[in-house]
Design a protein around this ligand. Structure first.
Ligand code: AP5
Ligand code: MG
Length: 214
Protein backbone atom coordinates (compact mmCIF):
# COMPACT_ATOMS: atom_id res chain seq x y z
CA UNK A 1 0.00 0.00 0.00
CA UNK A 2 1.42 3.36 -1.07
CA UNK A 3 -0.92 5.94 0.33
CA UNK A 4 -1.35 9.64 0.90
CA UNK A 5 -3.81 10.96 3.47
CA UNK A 6 -5.07 14.44 2.66
CA UNK A 7 -7.42 16.82 4.43
CA UNK A 8 -7.64 20.11 6.28
CA UNK A 9 -6.13 20.69 9.74
CA UNK A 10 -7.99 18.71 12.39
CA UNK A 11 -9.82 16.51 9.87
CA UNK A 12 -8.47 13.36 11.50
CA UNK A 13 -5.52 12.44 9.25
CA UNK A 14 -3.18 11.47 12.08
CA UNK A 15 -5.91 9.60 13.96
CA UNK A 16 -6.77 7.47 10.94
CA UNK A 17 -3.10 7.10 9.99
CA UNK A 18 -2.41 5.36 13.32
CA UNK A 19 -4.95 2.63 12.50
CA UNK A 20 -4.12 2.35 8.79
CA UNK A 21 -0.39 1.77 9.36
CA UNK A 22 -1.13 -1.01 11.86
CA UNK A 23 -3.50 -2.77 9.49
CA UNK A 24 -1.12 -2.64 6.51
CA UNK A 25 2.15 -2.71 8.44
CA UNK A 26 3.59 0.35 6.69
CA UNK A 27 5.50 3.34 8.07
CA UNK A 28 3.66 6.56 8.94
CA UNK A 29 5.44 9.54 7.40
CA UNK A 30 4.00 12.74 8.86
CA UNK A 31 5.92 15.85 7.84
CA UNK A 32 4.29 17.75 10.73
CA UNK A 33 5.57 15.12 13.22
CA UNK A 34 9.06 15.23 11.66
CA UNK A 35 9.15 19.03 12.03
CA UNK A 36 7.84 18.93 15.63
CA UNK A 37 10.48 16.34 16.54
CA UNK A 38 13.18 18.62 15.07
CA UNK A 39 11.84 21.61 16.99
CA UNK A 40 11.88 19.58 20.21
CA UNK A 41 15.49 18.53 19.57
CA UNK A 42 16.46 22.09 18.58
CA UNK A 43 18.04 21.03 15.28
CA UNK A 44 18.87 23.44 12.44
CA UNK A 45 15.81 22.20 10.56
CA UNK A 46 13.67 22.74 13.66
CA UNK A 47 14.89 26.34 13.93
CA UNK A 48 14.06 26.96 10.27
CA UNK A 49 10.54 25.51 10.57
CA UNK A 50 9.37 26.90 13.88
CA UNK A 51 8.54 30.41 12.73
CA UNK A 52 6.35 29.15 9.91
CA UNK A 53 4.58 26.53 12.01
CA UNK A 54 3.84 28.87 14.92
CA UNK A 55 2.14 31.24 12.50
CA UNK A 56 0.18 28.43 10.83
CA UNK A 57 2.01 28.93 7.53
CA UNK A 58 3.58 26.26 5.34
CA UNK A 59 7.26 25.46 5.58
CA UNK A 60 8.90 26.25 2.16
CA UNK A 61 8.62 23.44 -0.41
CA UNK A 62 12.36 22.92 -0.86
CA UNK A 63 12.84 22.07 2.84
CA UNK A 64 9.92 19.65 2.89
CA UNK A 65 10.60 17.86 -0.38
CA UNK A 66 14.17 16.86 0.44
CA UNK A 67 13.11 15.45 3.81
CA UNK A 68 10.43 13.28 2.23
CA UNK A 69 12.77 12.13 -0.57
CA UNK A 70 15.26 11.04 2.03
CA UNK A 71 12.62 9.27 4.13
CA UNK A 72 11.17 7.38 1.14
CA UNK A 73 14.61 5.99 0.30
CA UNK A 74 14.76 4.10 3.63
CA UNK A 75 14.33 0.33 3.47
CA UNK A 76 11.17 0.27 5.60
CA UNK A 77 9.32 2.06 2.76
CA UNK A 78 9.94 -0.75 0.28
CA UNK A 79 6.58 -2.41 0.84
CA UNK A 80 4.62 0.78 1.14
CA UNK A 81 4.10 3.90 3.22
CA UNK A 82 1.48 6.36 4.36
CA UNK A 83 2.27 10.02 3.74
CA UNK A 84 0.35 12.29 6.15
CA UNK A 85 0.39 16.06 5.58
CA UNK A 86 2.52 15.73 2.45
CA UNK A 87 2.11 16.79 -0.31
CA UNK A 88 0.44 20.05 0.61
CA UNK A 89 1.04 22.16 -2.50
CA UNK A 90 0.87 21.33 -6.19
CA UNK A 91 4.64 21.90 -6.33
CA UNK A 92 5.17 19.22 -3.64
CA UNK A 93 2.84 16.83 -5.48
CA UNK A 94 4.75 17.28 -8.74
CA UNK A 95 8.06 16.65 -6.92
CA UNK A 96 6.59 13.54 -5.28
CA UNK A 97 5.43 12.18 -8.65
CA UNK A 98 8.91 12.75 -10.09
CA UNK A 99 10.53 10.98 -7.14
CA UNK A 100 8.15 8.00 -7.31
CA UNK A 101 8.77 7.79 -11.06
CA UNK A 102 12.50 7.58 -10.40
CA UNK A 103 11.85 4.81 -7.89
CA UNK A 104 9.62 3.02 -10.43
CA UNK A 105 6.57 3.05 -8.16
CA UNK A 106 3.14 4.68 -8.05
CA UNK A 107 0.68 5.76 -5.38
CA UNK A 108 -2.25 3.36 -4.87
CA UNK A 109 -4.71 5.82 -3.35
CA UNK A 110 -5.05 9.33 -1.94
CA UNK A 111 -7.47 9.31 0.99
CA UNK A 112 -9.18 12.68 1.31
CA UNK A 113 -10.92 13.34 4.63
CA UNK A 114 -13.43 16.18 4.46
CA UNK A 115 -15.14 18.20 7.21
CA UNK A 116 -16.54 21.70 7.68
CA UNK A 117 -14.63 24.55 9.30
CA UNK A 118 -16.67 24.50 12.53
CA UNK A 119 -15.85 20.83 13.13
CA UNK A 120 -12.17 21.34 12.26
CA UNK A 121 -11.79 24.18 14.74
CA UNK A 122 -13.49 22.23 17.54
CA UNK A 123 -11.33 19.17 16.88
CA UNK A 124 -8.05 21.09 16.71
CA UNK A 125 -8.67 23.24 19.77
CA UNK A 126 -9.75 20.26 21.88
CA UNK A 127 -6.84 18.08 20.80
CA UNK A 128 -4.30 17.00 23.40
CA UNK A 129 -1.14 15.09 22.59
CA UNK A 130 1.38 13.04 24.49
CA UNK A 131 4.81 14.73 24.33
CA UNK A 132 6.58 11.38 24.79
CA UNK A 133 4.82 8.93 22.45
CA UNK A 134 2.77 11.27 20.25
CA UNK A 135 -0.60 9.64 21.04
CA UNK A 136 -3.50 11.96 20.24
CA UNK A 137 -6.62 12.58 22.33
CA UNK A 138 -9.54 14.98 22.37
CA UNK A 139 -11.08 16.54 25.47
CA UNK A 140 -14.57 15.62 24.23
CA UNK A 141 -14.37 13.06 21.42
CA UNK A 142 -11.44 10.87 22.38
CA UNK A 143 -10.75 11.21 26.08
CA UNK A 144 -7.90 9.55 27.90
CA UNK A 145 -8.84 7.22 30.79
CA UNK A 146 -7.35 9.68 33.31
CA UNK A 147 -7.91 13.32 32.49
CA UNK A 148 -4.77 15.02 31.13
CA UNK A 149 -2.73 11.81 31.17
CA UNK A 150 -1.56 9.53 28.34
CA UNK A 151 -3.14 6.04 28.45
CA UNK A 152 0.00 4.49 27.01
CA UNK A 153 2.79 5.93 29.15
CA UNK A 154 1.16 8.18 31.77
CA UNK A 155 2.83 11.39 30.51
CA UNK A 156 1.08 14.71 31.09
CA UNK A 157 -0.79 15.64 27.90
CA UNK A 158 -0.06 18.97 26.20
CA UNK A 159 -1.70 21.18 23.61
CA UNK A 160 0.10 21.76 20.30
CA UNK A 161 1.32 25.36 20.01
CA UNK A 162 -0.54 25.83 16.72
CA UNK A 163 -3.85 24.56 18.17
CA UNK A 164 -5.08 27.99 19.29
CA UNK A 165 -8.13 29.45 17.55
CA UNK A 166 -6.39 32.20 15.57
CA UNK A 167 -3.64 29.92 14.26
CA UNK A 168 -6.14 27.17 13.43
CA UNK A 169 -8.09 29.71 11.35
CA UNK A 170 -4.89 30.65 9.48
CA UNK A 171 -4.07 26.96 8.90
CA UNK A 172 -7.53 26.35 7.45
CA UNK A 173 -7.17 29.34 5.12
CA UNK A 174 -3.71 28.17 4.04
CA UNK A 175 -5.23 24.75 3.33
CA UNK A 176 -7.96 26.33 1.17
CA UNK A 177 -5.47 28.47 -0.74
CA UNK A 178 -2.59 26.04 -1.21
CA UNK A 179 -3.68 22.46 -0.59
CA UNK A 180 -7.22 22.25 -1.95
CA UNK A 181 -5.96 22.27 -5.60
CA UNK A 182 -4.52 18.80 -4.88
CA UNK A 183 -8.05 17.38 -4.91
CA UNK A 184 -8.28 18.13 -8.63
CA UNK A 185 -4.69 17.07 -9.16
CA UNK A 186 -5.24 13.59 -7.71
CA UNK A 187 -8.83 13.40 -8.96
CA UNK A 188 -7.50 13.73 -12.50
CA UNK A 189 -5.15 10.79 -11.82
CA UNK A 190 -8.10 8.68 -10.63
CA UNK A 191 -6.50 8.20 -7.19
CA UNK A 192 -8.89 10.07 -4.93
CA UNK A 193 -10.91 8.39 -2.20
CA UNK A 194 -13.27 10.95 -0.66
CA UNK A 195 -14.27 10.18 2.92
CA UNK A 196 -16.88 11.99 5.00
CA UNK A 197 -14.82 13.10 8.00
CA UNK A 198 -17.84 14.06 10.11
CA UNK A 199 -18.44 10.40 11.03
CA UNK A 200 -17.07 8.74 14.16
CA UNK A 201 -13.39 7.73 14.24
CA UNK A 202 -14.32 4.03 13.93
CA UNK A 203 -16.84 4.56 11.12
CA UNK A 204 -14.27 6.51 9.10
CA UNK A 205 -11.67 3.78 9.53
CA UNK A 206 -14.17 1.06 8.50
CA UNK A 207 -15.01 3.01 5.37
CA UNK A 208 -11.36 3.58 4.46
CA UNK A 209 -10.57 -0.14 4.80
CA UNK A 210 -13.65 -1.13 2.83
CA UNK A 211 -12.73 1.21 -0.02
CA UNK A 212 -9.04 0.24 -0.04
CA UNK A 213 -9.87 -3.47 -0.13
CA UNK A 214 -12.69 -3.21 -2.63
P1 AP5 B 1 0.45 18.88 10.51
O1 AP5 B 1 1.00 18.33 11.73
O2 AP5 B 1 0.35 18.05 9.29
O3 AP5 B 1 -0.97 19.50 10.87
P2 AP5 B 1 -2.34 19.66 10.05
O4 AP5 B 1 -2.32 19.29 8.62
O5 AP5 B 1 -2.74 21.04 10.35
O6 AP5 B 1 -3.23 18.59 10.59
P3 AP5 B 1 -3.43 18.20 12.06
O7 AP5 B 1 -2.32 17.33 12.51
O8 AP5 B 1 -3.73 19.43 12.84
O9 AP5 B 1 -4.81 17.41 11.98
P4 AP5 B 1 -5.12 15.90 11.67
O10 AP5 B 1 -5.92 15.89 10.41
O11 AP5 B 1 -3.93 15.03 11.74
O12 AP5 B 1 -6.12 15.60 12.87
P5 AP5 B 1 -6.01 14.58 14.11
O13 AP5 B 1 -6.12 13.19 13.63
O14 AP5 B 1 -4.89 14.93 14.99
O15 AP5 B 1 1.26 20.20 10.10
C1 AP5 B 1 1.56 21.17 11.06
C2 AP5 B 1 2.39 22.29 10.42
O16 AP5 B 1 3.62 21.74 9.92
C3 AP5 B 1 1.76 22.99 9.22
O17 AP5 B 1 0.89 24.04 9.62
C4 AP5 B 1 3.00 23.50 8.48
O18 AP5 B 1 3.52 24.63 9.10
C5 AP5 B 1 3.99 22.37 8.69
N1 AP5 B 1 3.95 21.37 7.63
C6 AP5 B 1 3.63 20.04 7.78
N2 AP5 B 1 3.69 19.41 6.60
C7 AP5 B 1 4.03 20.33 5.67
C8 AP5 B 1 4.22 20.30 4.26
N3 AP5 B 1 4.06 19.16 3.57
N4 AP5 B 1 4.56 21.44 3.64
C9 AP5 B 1 4.74 22.59 4.32
N5 AP5 B 1 4.56 22.70 5.65
C10 AP5 B 1 4.20 21.59 6.33
O19 AP5 B 1 -7.40 14.93 14.84
C11 AP5 B 1 -7.63 16.20 15.42
C12 AP5 B 1 -8.42 16.04 16.72
O20 AP5 B 1 -9.73 15.57 16.43
C13 AP5 B 1 -7.82 15.03 17.70
O21 AP5 B 1 -8.03 15.50 19.00
C14 AP5 B 1 -8.63 13.74 17.46
O22 AP5 B 1 -8.73 12.95 18.63
C15 AP5 B 1 -9.99 14.30 17.05
N6 AP5 B 1 -10.68 13.49 16.04
C16 AP5 B 1 -10.11 12.88 14.97
N7 AP5 B 1 -11.05 12.26 14.22
C17 AP5 B 1 -12.24 12.50 14.83
C18 AP5 B 1 -13.58 12.12 14.54
N8 AP5 B 1 -13.89 11.39 13.47
N9 AP5 B 1 -14.57 12.53 15.39
C19 AP5 B 1 -14.27 13.29 16.50
N10 AP5 B 1 -13.01 13.67 16.82
C20 AP5 B 1 -12.00 13.29 16.00
MG1 MG C 1 -1.87 15.38 12.13
Amino acid sequence: MRLVILGPPGAGKGTQADSIIKRYDIPHISTGDIFRENIKNETELGKECKGFMDKGLLVPDDLVVSIVQDRLSKSDCQNGFLLDGFPRTVGQAVSLDAELDKMGIKLDKVINIEADKEILVERAIGRRVCPSCGATYHIKFNRPQEEGQCDLDGSKLIQREDDVEETVATRIQVYLDQTLPLINYYGAQGLLLNIDGTQSIDAIFDQIVQELER
